[in-house]
Design a binder for this molecule. Sequence first.
Ligand code: PLP
Length: 335
Amino acid sequence: MKYSQMPREQLGFFPTPIVKLHRLSRRLGGPRILMKRDDQTGLALGGNKTRKLEYLVGEALAHGCDTLITGGAEQSNHCRQTAAAAAACGLSCHLVLGGEPPDLPNGNLLLDELLGAKIHWTGKLRKGEKIPEIAGQIEESGGKPYIIPYGGSNPTGAVGFVEAVRELVEQLTKQKENVTHIVFPSSSGGTHAGLIVGNSIFGQQFQIVGIGIDKTEAPDGAFDELVLHLSNSTSKRLKAGITYLPSDIIVRNEYLGDGYGVVGRLEREAVRLTAETEGILLDPVYTGRTMGALKDMIERNEFSQDDTVLFWHTGGTPALFPYAADMAYGLVGAD
Ligand SMILES: *Cc1c(COP(=O)(O)O)cnc(C)c1O
């Protein structure tokens, strides 16, 4: 199906703004840096999952479902946006979260609860492994669940980022801007696959550079394969007639640090640098790591002065608060 014919439910405010990071660019002595503000998609504090959810929820409603079910980590931005989407459409929401219930919910988890989601705790399983089981229970009690996979990353969700490329190209044309590279955090693969397919469908030559975020997805090129597979299945879904090769997928896996959600100096310094120089808040898990990576790549002279890098701010700022101890490290007490 052509993507423009796919059911879509309006959940966010689009187009999201593109801002020029002159001061950051000067500070780093690097190429021009633009930022696509998907932290401003507007759905309960925003983020990249809003784009995927417009198509996923569109499909859920077209199928007559009454319940959304998805899963992730305790501080999942995807789960928070799914809970908001469900509330906005009058659907029930079940979230399957890794970990144990904390004494006091904070950040995204607090928002999940305010948004009325029913939460199922699954200990060490933080990628929604128990979704099918819980969907079965919902069916038995007469509900009609729509399953959204981990991160919303299937061909339907990825179409949100095909559409995002259309949106971007329209904005760049209007603003007479020329972008050479798109740099963004890549974790469950849907954002990445959508950008790759959109790049082809809309005849662009952006270098699509995903920064790997999750070590468990990354070993031995496994994550690259996942993105490749998802790009091909998204292309097939849209009858785009394009087959991608492993060489089409760029994932930078050298910034994984100590793994998913483990915040260190790279993330902390990048979050603070962006806040101090531009007044823009990144997040500790995804965009902080990605800005740290971009800074390192600039310091290694990977870009020329003629390049223009578009940093895709995928959201996640509500997680700054539960990561307060990591973020404030060195500010309070001894470093
Ligand atoms: C989910 C998420 C990502 C990663 O997007 P994927 O499509 O899962 O690869 C990046 N940044 C933030 C803030 C996210 O919540």
